[in-house]
Structure formats: structure tokens, C-alpha cells
Design a protein around this ligand. Structure first.
Ligand code: SAM
Ligand code: DTB
Ligand code: SF4
Length: 309
């Protein structure tokens, strides 16, 4: 599907869009099954980059302090706890432009520890240098998360310290090394519908499309340039999910950041629109997630069950 196809999806009456999304979703997935990943920030704050939405940029005064890389033992405790909570994938994030060689060696030990617990492992460490993707693949890493974040045209209004092309190069390295790609974006940053459609088109045109597509709703963080972004119409968020589902029929579409401030009813619409993965657990990286107890209750009310993805 190209950008104009995705524009047309966004322009459909809501009921027609939802019907199409449901039809595609049911052809490829159990519509009542949701995959759950648990996220851990292994290195928080002090990032050199200036991403306008991010609380972890050293250039924004957000009150998030620079922390050291967690120890292997700390990660093992968190990974065991994630497994006990029923997560099938453990995702570790670092506030880096990209990993230094020494840091990568430490992170590789963390990947091995997660794999020993028989969970899928995902990392998000920023831009990868030559050979780093191969090192991660050799350690057994299943997924690498690296988002396009927004459309190519809008990117420079959000980030100036690196280009979206550089991110595409990292995605190519991940693919060439044989790992699965987790790649999505953020909506609610004051962008137009056309920007949202163009982001989805860029993701869908990757060959093959990412196996996992996180759709983040901006969490407006105090001290970032986006702290006062105008609120996004929740139906527009649901439309973005539906467009991702229709254009990437076989991908896991993850309802990611910002779920805590979405009502149960909007989340239910997102699941109807084809979202079939969430971050589970009370914490994301620097922000609170929807509480696990609330998710458990919502799953019960909607007759949803957890699945391995
Ligand atoms: N530094 C690495 C990078 O930029 O790829 C990995 C960590 S970065 C925090 C991972 C993703 O979190 C970003 O690409 C963005 O999509 C998402 N994110 C960060 N802050 C957010 C916010 N305030 N609201 C929604 N999503 C956010
Ligand atoms: C992604 O697309 N969303 C996650 C994960 N990849 C690493 C991160 C969400 C971060 C939300 C803001 C925070 O907690 O700082
Ligand atoms: Fe750094 Fe990633 Fe945050 Fe950008 S999104 S400032 S690269 S941690």
C-alpha cells in the first residue's frame, strides 16, 4: 500500500475502516489473543540526542537524572519477575544515541540471561555501528526496536541530532543480521493526519514490513518541547491503529506508550482495530504504564487472553 492508499483509509467513515481492519485482523490472528511484553530501562537519562518528545534527552530539563547501566544481576531479577507475570518477551531500553563497544559487551550478557529464562529478548539501544547487529544476533537477540517515530517530512521538526535516514541504515543492519524488527512511531505530537498516514505508509513499504509495530501515543513530558502538544482525538489514534493493521496484516501491532491515559473504551476500540500486543506491567521507561491490575480486569471484561507472539 502506498501513501495515497493509506490516506484513503484514514478518510473512510469510522465504521467502514473498523470493518476492514477487523476483516484483515481475523484473517491473520486470533482476535481475542493479546501478546504481552515487559519493558525495563537498563540505562536511563542523559542522552545526547534532542528528540522533542523524550524525557531522557540531556538537552531537556525534565528532572530525569542520568543513571549508570544496570548490573547483570539487576536485569536478571527484573527478567525473572517479568516471566512470573506472564510476559513472553522482555524488552530492554537504553538512553543512548547508540551503544559503545564496552557497553555492548555488557548488554550482550543481559540478552544471554533473558534467553536462559526462555523468553524472547528485545533491545532498543539507538543507532548501531558496523558489526554490532551481528554481535547481537549471535547472542540470540530476537528483536531490535528502532522506530521511524514520524514521517520523513516531519522528522526534522522533532529531532535534529540524527536523521531518519540514519535510523533506516540501522534497521537495514538489523535485517541483514537476521533479527526481527520492531519499528513504529509516535502520534499526538501535533502532527497532521497526513503525517500519520505517511508514517504508516513508510512502515508498510519496508520489505518485509516490521514483524512488530509499536504505536506510541505521546506522553507529554514536562520540560520537553512537546509538553503542551494539543491533545489528539482518540478516534484518530484508533484510525492509526486500523491503518497499521490493514497495511501490515501479519505484523504484531502494539498499543505502546500512553495507554495509561486512554480510557478502557478507547483501548477496546484499539483492540477491535487490530492492536494485538501491549506493554504489560506498571512501568515503561521513565513513565508509568497502565496498571497491570487494570489490564487484567480489562482482559476479563473483554474476554481477551494472553498469547505468545
Ligand atoms: N534511544 C533509543 C532510540 O531512540 O531508539 C531507544 C530508547 S527511545 C526512549 C525508544 C522510543 O520510545 C522512541 O523511539 C519513542 O518512539 C518512544 N518514546 C520516547 N519518549 C516517548 C514519549 N514521551 N511518548 C511516547 N513515546 C515515547
Ligand atoms: C517503543 O516504541 N515504545 C517503548 C519501547 N519502544 C522502548 C518506549 C515507550 C517510552 C515511553 C516514555 C517513557 O517511559 O519514558
Ligand atoms: Fe535519546 Fe532515544 Fe530519547 Fe532520542 S528517544 S533522546 S535517542 S533516549
Amino acid at each position: 500500500m502506498n501513501a495515497s492508499d493509506i490516506d484513503s483509509l484514514f478518510a473512510l467513515p469510522f465504521a467502514d475502516l473498523m470493518f476492514r481492519a477487523q476483516t484483515v485482523h481475523r484473517a491473520h490472528f486470533d482476535p481475542n489473543a493479546i501478546q504481552r511484553s515487559i519493558l525495563l530501562s537498563i540505562k536511563t537519562g542523559g542522552c545526547s540526542e534532542d528528540c522533542g518528545y523524550c524525557s531522557q534527552s540531556a538537552r531537556h530539563d525534565t528532572g530525569i537524572a542520568r543513571e549508570r547501566l544496570l548490573s547483570l544481576a539487576e536485569v536478571q531479577v527484573a527478567a525473572r519477575s517479568a516471566k512470573e507475570k506472564g510476559a513472553t518477551r522482555f524488552c530492554m531500553g537504553a538512553a543512548w544515541r547508540g551503544p559503545k563497544a564496552g557497553d555492548l559487551d555488557n548488554v550482550i550478557e543481559m540478552v544471554r540471561a533473558v534467553k536462559m529464562l526462555d523468553m524472547e529478548a528485545c533491545l532498543t539501544l539507538g543507532l548501531l555501528g558496523e558489526g554490532q547487529a551481528e554481535q547481537l544476533a549471535a547472542a540470540g537477540l530476537d528483536y531490535y526496536n528502532h522506530n521511524l517515530d514520524t514521517s520523513a517530512e516531519f522528522y526534522e521538526q522533532v529531532v535534529t541530532t540524527h536523521s531518519q535516514e540514519a535510523r533506516m541504515e540501522t534497521l537495514l543492519k538489523v535485517r541483514t543480521a537476521g533479527m526481527k524488527i520492531c519499528c513504529g512511531g509516535i502520534v499526538g505530537m501535533g502532527e497532521s493526519r497526513q503525517v500519520r498516514a505517511s508514517l504508516i505508509a513508510q512502515l508498510a513499504q519496508m520489505t518485509p514490513p516490521p514483524e512488530s509495530v509499536p504505536i506510541n501515543h505521546l506522553v507529554p513530558m514536562a520540560g520537553t518541547p512537546m509538553e503542551n502538544s494539543p491533545p489528539l482525538d482518540p478516534f484518530e489514534f484508533v484510525r492509526t491503529i486500523a491503518a497499521a493493521r490493514i497495511s501490515m496484516p501479519k505484523s504484531w501491532v502494539r498499543l505502546s506508550a500512553g495507554r495509561g491515559s486512554l480510557s478502557d473504551e478507547v483501548q477496546a476500540l484499539c483492540f477491535l482495530a487490530g492492536a494485538n500486543s501491549i506493554f504489560y506491567g506498571d512501568r515503561l521507561l521513565t513513565t508509568d504504564n497502565a496498571e497491570a491490575s487494570r489490564d487484567d480486569a480489562l482482559f476479563m471484561r473483554l474476554g481477551l487472553h494472553a498469547t505468545a507472539g
